[in-house]
Design a binder for this molecule. Structure first.
Ligand code: ADP
Ligand code: MG
Length: 254
């Protein structure tokens, strides 16, 4: 079943066509990679789906409902969660407090935290930390956590309101290869566990080929190809984009 349908979506910034009539579907339970060189329009598309930006043209249907024109908070409430390209938890708070704040936000109970101290939904918060293997760091302030651990915490925070669709813009940016693989393997596991679907951007072809169910390829704002990693492996349009950008696609073919 289709969870998200992007149809003829366009967005320009002055003379730059950041997205030019982009159309694709994301199916329920899918881990869909959105790929393309820098400046291809990936973040712009993410921001239109989550409501930070409004599409100039086209339609974005989430479970049949039009998202264009809705505010970010409304889209979030419908079940579209996100992680951020740059991790930004509340640094002075501990890992478990960050998840507790996310649970309060879900429950529209943000003021309770300050009134009732740190007990809010603690068991649920710990379970979420457990799902990303951070329970042993629960009382550590985020400012003291390793970068890769903060990214996993971000995943727990994003899952707190049980989104049906999770948008992850460059979740593995700044990570070492092994850490990248761990994060995406974990994400794949959570897709099954939490029945969430994922749209993510990623630069490492190894990661994309290892973990995505399908991929959608953007170049200069246009969708140039879409298919399974196996289908895309031999696609000359995709190779051209990556070879042209001096990227690592060719290495991944071997
Ligand atoms: P990607 O995430 O694939 O690297 P972006 O969506 O960030 O690509 O950018 C696509 C194009 O739109 C680029 O040419 C970029 O410079 C331009 N762009 C993105 N956001 C803005 C903005 N807020 N104002 C002006 N130009 C922008
Ligand atoms: Mg981007």
């Amino acid at each position: 079943m289709k969870l998200l349908s992007v149809r003829n979506v366009g967005k320009s910034f002055g003379g730059v066509r950041a997205n030019d009539s982009v159309s694709f579907d994301l199916n329920e339970g899918e881990l869909l990679a959105l790929i393309g060189p820098n400046g291809a329009g990936k973040s712009t598309l993410f921001n239109m789906i989550n409501g930070q930006l409004r599409a100039d043209t086209g339609s974005i249907l989430f479970r049949g409902q039009e998202l264009v024109g809705l505010r970010p908070r409304e889209i979030w409430a419908l079940g579209v969660g996100r992680t951020f390209q740059v991790a930004h938890p509340f640094n002075s708070m501990t890992a478990v407090q960050n998840v507790q704040v996310a649970l309060m936000s879900r429950d529209r109970n943000i003021f309770n935290f300050w009134r009732r101290g740190t007990g809010y939904c603690r068991d649920e918060a710990m379970a979420l930390l457990g799902s990303v293997s951070l329970e042993d760091q629960c009382d550590k302030p985020c400012s003291h956590m390793a970068y890769g651990d903060v990214k996993r915490l971000e995943l727990a925070v994003a899952l707190a309101h049980k989104p049906r669709l999770l948008l992850m813009d460059e979740p593995t940016a700044g990570m070492a290869p092994q850490e990248r693989n761990e994060l995406m393997a974990r994400t794949k596991q959570l897709v099954n566990e939490y029945k969430v679907s994922v749209l993510f951007t990623e630069h490492s072809m190894d990661v994309i080929f290892a973990y995505s169910d399908r991929m959608v390829v953007l170049a200069r704002g246009r969708l140039i190809a879409a298919g399974t990693p196996a289908e895309m492996r031999g696609d000359s349009r995709v190779q051209e984009v990556y070879l042209g950008a001096g990227n690592t696609f060719a290495e991944s073919l071997g």
